[in-house]
Design a protein around this ligand. Structure first.
Ligand code: TYM
Length: 334
């Protein structure tokens, strides 16, 4: 809660090419929430450097992600869209919260284990304390709600534990956040291996739909999606490939799973895959057009970057000062 209005925070990493998983698991759910909440959507560029990045590429991707937030439909007047690195309170609060987080808790994080296995040549301390920076992001804005995909649930739980621990020592300093995980689309799976989540870093480009994919590519990737040898459109754990495609179609069309199954009763996989591809392409194309249009207006995006960092900084510094005072850091004179 900030200034009497319920608050929402979420973010995405500026690494790799965003996938349909990022879109349906998170971004798409963000679009309608600004009526009810004061919304902060961050490009979490500090999180991105837990894995080695090419500097020019990181800068480019961060800007592309911020532009994509707007192109997807987040209105910058109603949503505070900014870079994490432009609001230094994130890193400052992270340090403080590091001192209220246990190694044992961080050791249990499955994402850390996965990433450490993948980047065994660079298991840096930032990768380990990644969830603490994420907790700082969320708690800095006294967030009531955090809309994310299912893979971030464990990180949300640790953010809640840190907030509760801190509050139990110093009183009600932080709002304890609730995750908001959509009913469909919370876990979009790989098109080539439906046991794995769709991921930006998948080496097989056919496994993921990227938000930058053109309609032909989207349709081709869905045609090649791994399914089973049965030819019935049924929503079942035994049919993970088709189940994933039903989830995607349901997210893309706002139809319930039951409606989708009914719509394709008696039809085969070929028809269904084409329909999923067309539905997804028809969502991505207008976003891609809007990105192109926004890219022509550098001054407009620059203005958003500046104004929103100031706005986020204003709220962030309020929380940080409160925390600094509570824990006994000397008051600033300057
Ligand atoms: P990131 O950048 O990996 O993913 C961004 C969002 O996309 C969701 N997502 C998915 N949802 C459904 N199916 C998938 N296959 C899929 N892949 C990704 C993620 O759940 C996420 O919501 N640590 C976060 C970024 C972060 C953050 C925060 C999020 C940093 N600070 C504070 C919320 C609040 C991350 O790496 O997300």
């Amino acid at each position: 809660m900030l200034d009497g209005k319920k608050t929402l925070f979420s973010g995405m990493q500026a690494t790799g090419n965003l996938t349909l998983g990022n879109y349906f698991g998170a971004l798409n759910n963000w679009l309608t929430l600004n009526e009810e909440y004061q919304c902060f959507y961050c490009v979490v560029d500090l999180h991105s450097i837990t894995i080695r990045q090419d500097p020019a590429e990181l800068r480019k991707r961060a800007r592309a992600l911020l532009t994509l937030y707007i192109a997807a439909g987040l209105e910058p007047v109603k949503n505070c869209i900014y870079y994490q690195s432009h609001v230094s309170e994130h890193a400052e609060l992270c340090w403080i919260l590091n001192c209220f987080t246990y190694m044992g808790e961080l050791n249990r994080m499955t994402q850390f284990k996965d990433k450490a296995a993948k980047h065994s040549d660079n298991i840096n301390a930032g990768l380990f304390t990644y969830p603490v920076l994420m907790a700082a992001d969320i708690l800095l804005f006294q967030s009531d709600v955090v809309p994310v995909g299912a893979d971030q649930k464990q990180h949300l739980e640790i953010a809640r534990d840190i907030a509760e621990r801190f509050n139990s020592i110093y009183g009600d300093v932080f709002t304890v956040p609730q995750p908001y995980i959509g009913k469909v689309g919370a876990k979009i799976m790989s098109l080539q291996d439906p046991a794995k989540k769709m991921s930006k870093s998948d080496e097989n480009a056919n496994a993921s739909i990227f938000l930058t994919d053109n309609p032909d590519t989207v349709i081709r990737k869905f045609k090649r999606a791994v399914t089973d040898s049965d030819n019935q459109i049924l929503y079942s754990e035994d049919k993970p490939g088709i189940k994933n495609l039903i989830d995607i179609y349901s997210s893309a069309t706002n139809k319930t799973v039951e409606e989708v199954v009914k719509e394709f009763d008696g039809k085969g996989y070929g028809d269904f895959k084409l329909a999923v591809g067309e539905a997804v392409a028809s969502i991505l194309k207008p976003i891609q057009n809007k990105v192109e249009e926004l890219n022509k207006d550098k001054a407009y995006i620059d203005g958003i970057i500046k104004d929103n960092a100031e706005k986020a900084g204003y709220f962030a510094s309020k929380t940080l000062h409160k925390v600094q005072k509570k824990i006994g850091l000397p008051e600033r004179i300057r």
